[in-house]
Structure formats: structure tokens, C-alpha cells
Design a protein around this ligand. Structure first.
Ligand code: PMP
Length: 437
């Protein structure tokens, strides 16, 4: 993609798929969750003729639902360029997927081992490691450390030298976010992976803020674990993914135990055989419709950004189509972020966190205004019909690292359906909120 015309999105066409547009909402809180297009919500109802449980019935309906459910894993695997569906497990969200990583590694830690994470993490990629090292393993008499790498408070960049200095031959895992949901910085994942490979540690990525605007190729990235949530990339709530290298999933213990995660008939009082991958990680009745709709959300994303039709087809997903779609989304949302940064720079006393330029930023901007509570700002924005978020966005460590008091900021975040008008409405509403004092 060399010409920027190739990167343009057809905004009127995109926006025609979303009910929030008709409702007149200015949705600029997309880093929390994006809005679902009508076609995806309707899909739940269109699946009703085959509504049945999976792997649990001899009806044609059950067989059809099982096919749709299982092929959803192929779609997700293709999206990530994973070698097969056996590398893809689904959970409720990124948080649960990251917990699954923690539980699957729990038995691997010996006295004196450590895990390295960063101060940029969402709590979902810090608290599990804190709990493992400060609460769970100590109860088994094991002393294991959790180390946190610093970031540059001005640029928001992860301090790779500091991270490397925390890593040693006892580091079992390096885990970091692909993009910060507060500073907006993207992590140089190839550099972190190199540090992990040199030390022989595993490498996990929290992709919750990265996947919505990037085509992540798990084989090119050579990541051991990657987690993300579909509700940040058009799908309705309820489904998150854990990608992991097949050998890791084969070797580790399951996360949850019960029905369907065992091989058919292979349970005796003294012997249990687990199901083949990925069903070893699907204990109990899964979010069947959620998984089907979430995988279709990926196809919907392609349809929104290009001329071809993938939604509700079985057309294989070509790599170049995924890359082109994500390049367009990244380009568009970067333009909106640049516009927001320019307008915010005009507001007196306003401090934006993270990189000053939109380049290399994920499409969100968190800020504070001297002497004004970010909650007052966000409430004021809402009064003017602009949706934002105030708080620490679960990036508590990063707010603490900046010594913010209170530990809070106001955040605007954009997705493919946002317009320059949305940005202008948000920034002019902010000016109006502030001029009222
Ligand atoms: N990591 C990051 C970087 C996030 O932004 C989020 C969502 N705010 C999460 C993890 C957690 O995602 P979920 O709530 O879907 O578990």
C-alpha cells in the first residue's frame, strides 16, 4: 500500500451499519469497547434455526451449530496466521485468557524463578502475576518474584534496557502489552521477543489494544501466548482469545476441568484423558453463539474496509486482505488521533500523556487539565453528548508511575467509524466545559 488513496475508508458506507450513528451518539470511548454493527447483532437471530448445544446432540441442528462453532476457530486462527485451530482457545475476555496463561504456567515456577512484566500493563496483565508470586506460590512454599519494567514518563515508551536488566536465566516469562490503553504507546514487540529468546524465557503479549488496529501474525512475531478481546473490535461482549503455541497447550494442564474438555468416554475413577486441542480448553458449555458471532466480526471488519464479501461466507481469509484492512483502520484512526492531539494542544493547562505525535500511537488520547478533575471533564463531555472515560482505565501502575493525584485521567479513543466531526465535537465540547470554569 503505497498511495494514501488506497488507505481511505468509505465512512458513509461504514457508518450506515451502526445504530449508534442513527441515535446521534458521539462514541469516543472505543478503547473500552467498540460498537457492534447491526448485521452482527442480527446474526444471533439468524442462527436460531440451528440453535443447539455443540458436541452434545445427534440432531442436524446440533451438527450444524457444531460445524459453525468449530470453523470459527479456523477463522480466528487464519486471522492470526496461527498454524491451526489447535492453537486457539476461547474464554470470556482478555482477562480470563491471561489468567489461563498464569494457571497453565503455575506449575513451572521453581524457587527463585521470576516473571517480568511492565508498568504499562492493564491490571489484567499485572494482578494475575502479582497473585501468582505474592499469594499463590508462597502458599506452596515457593519464593518467586514479579518484576516490573519501567517506561519513559514523557514518551510512554517501554524502557527496553531496564526490561533487559530485569531478565536473567531464572526468568520464566516476559509478558507485556502490545499497546498501552493509557499512554497510547505501542510496544516494540520484536525487541521484547529478542530479549525473551536470549534469556530462554517464554513471551506473552496482551493484545487487547493492539489487535483492533493491527494485523498481528503470531508466527512472524514468534509469540508464545497472545490474548485479546473481540468486544474491542466490533463483536458483542463475551469472547476473548488465547493463542498459544501448540506444544505449550499440549504440555500444560487445562485451565478449567469438567465436561467436554475430556476425551469422549475417557473418564474412570483412576484415570482421565483430556480432549484434543483446542477442546481441552473448553470446559462446560461454551459461549457458542458468542464465538460464532465473534469470528464473523473479523469477516465483517474485512467487508467494512474493502469491496469483497467475507461475512457469512466460507471464503478463506487472505493475509493481504487482513493486512490491507488493518492498514486502513490504522491510517484512519491515526488521522483522527492527530486531529485530536492538535486541538488538545490548544487548550491551556491541558497535558496529554504519551507520545506527542499520532505516529506510533494506538488511537487513544488520555489527558488531564490542571486543577480540573478528569471526572468533571468526562461528565461535562457527556453533558454535550460526547462519550469518553475518566479514571485510571485499569492502568493503575502507569498512573502511579506518573504520580498522578488522583490516579485518573480523561480519555478519548477512536475506531474505524469515527469521523473528523466526532473529534471536533469532542474537543470543542471540552473547551466549552472548561470555559464554564
Ligand atoms: N489489556 C488491555 C491493554 C486493555 O485495554 C483491556 C481492556 N481495557 C484489557 C486488557 C482487558 O480486557 P477485558 O476487559 O476484555 O478482559
Amino acid at each position: 500500500l503505497t498511495h494514501s488513496a488506497d488507505l481511505e475508508l468509505d465512512l458513509p458506507r461504514i457508518r450506515s451499519h451502526f445504530d449508534f450513528v442513527r441515535a446521534g451518539r458521539t462514541v469516543t470511548n472505543n478503547a473500552a469497547s467498540t460498537q457492534p454493527p447491526r448485521g452482527l447483532l442480527d446474526l444471533y437471530r439468524r442462527l436460531a434455526p440451528w440453535y443447539e448445544n455443540v458436541h452434545r446432540g445427534q440432531s442436524s441442528a446440533s451438527r450444524r451449530t457444531t460445524e459453525l462453532f468449530e470453523s470459527s476457530y479456523d477463522t480466528i486462527a487464519a486471522w492470526l496466521n496461527a498454524p491451526s485451530r489447535r492453537c486457539v482457545a476461547t474464554f470470556r475476555n482478555t482477562t480470563e485468557a491471561l489468567n489461563a496463561v498464569m494457571y497453565s504456567l503455575m506449575t513451572e515456577f521453581r524457587d527463585g524463578d521470576n516473571v517480568v512484566t511492565t508498568m504499562l500493563e492493564h491490571n489484567s496483565n499485572f494482578v494475575p502475576w502479582y497473585a501468582l508470586t505474592h499469594e499463590i506460590l508462597p502458599r506452596f512454599g515457593r519464593r518467586v518474584e514479579c518484576r516490573t519494567a519501567r517506561f519513559d514518563p514523557v514518551t510512554g515508551r517501554l524502557d527496553l534496557d531496564h526490561l533487559a536488566s530485569l531478565v536473567d536465566h531464572r526468568t520464566k516469562l516476559i509478558t507485556c502489552t502490545g499497546a498501552s490503553n493509557f499512554m497510547g504507546t505501542k510496544t516494540d514487540l520484536a525487541a521484547v521477543r529478542r530479549i525473551a529468546r536470549t534469556s530462554g524465557s517464554l513471551f506473552a503479549v496482551d493484545g487487547a489494544q493492539l489487535l483492533p488496529t493491527s494485523a498481528v501474525d503470531v508466527q512472524a512475531l514468534d509469540v508464545d501466548y497472545l490474548c485479546f478481546s473481540f468486544h474491542k473490535m466490533l463483536a458483542p461482549f463475551g469472547v476473548g482469545v488465547l493463542y498459544a503455541k501448540e506444544q505449550l497447550l499440549t504440555d500444560s494442564l487445562p485451565f478449567l476441568y469438567g465436561g467436554d474438555m475430556i476425551a469422549e468416554g475417557q473418564v474412570a475413577p483412576d484415570r482421565v484423558l483430556y480432549n484434543r486441542l483446542p477442546w481441552k480448553y473448553t470446559a462446560g458449555t461454551p459461549n457458542i453463539l458468542g464465538v460464532i458471532v465473534s469470528a464473523q466480526a473479523l469477516r465483517f471488519l474485512l467487508d467494512l474496509t474493502g469491496p469483497s464479501r467475507y461475512f457469512e461466507t466460507e471464503t478463506p481469509l487472505p493475509r493481504h486482505a487482513i493486512e490491507q484492512a488493518m492498514a486502513r483502520i490504522a491510517h484512519h484512526t491515526r488521522t483522527l488521533t492527530a486531529r485530536a492531539l492538535d486541538a488538545l494542544a490548544e487548550i491551556e493547562g491541558l497535558r496529554v500523556y504519551g507520545p506527542p505525535a499520532a505516529h506510533d500511537r494506538t488511537p487513544l488520547v488520555a489527558f488531564n487539565v490542571a486543577g480540573v478533575s478528569p471526572f468533571t471533564l468526562a461528565e461535562g463531555l457527556n453533558h454535550h453528548g460526547v462519550e469518553s472515560r475518566a479514571g485510571c482505565h485499569c492502568a493503575t501502575l502507569a498512573h502511579r508511575a506518573l504520580a498522578l493525584d488522583p490516579l485518573a485521567s480523561c480519555r478519548l479513543s477512536f475506531y474505524l467509524y469515527n469521523t473528523a466531526d466526532d473529534v471536533d465535537r469532542a474537543t470543542s465540547a471540552l473547551t466549552r466545559v472548561l470555559s464554564r470554569g
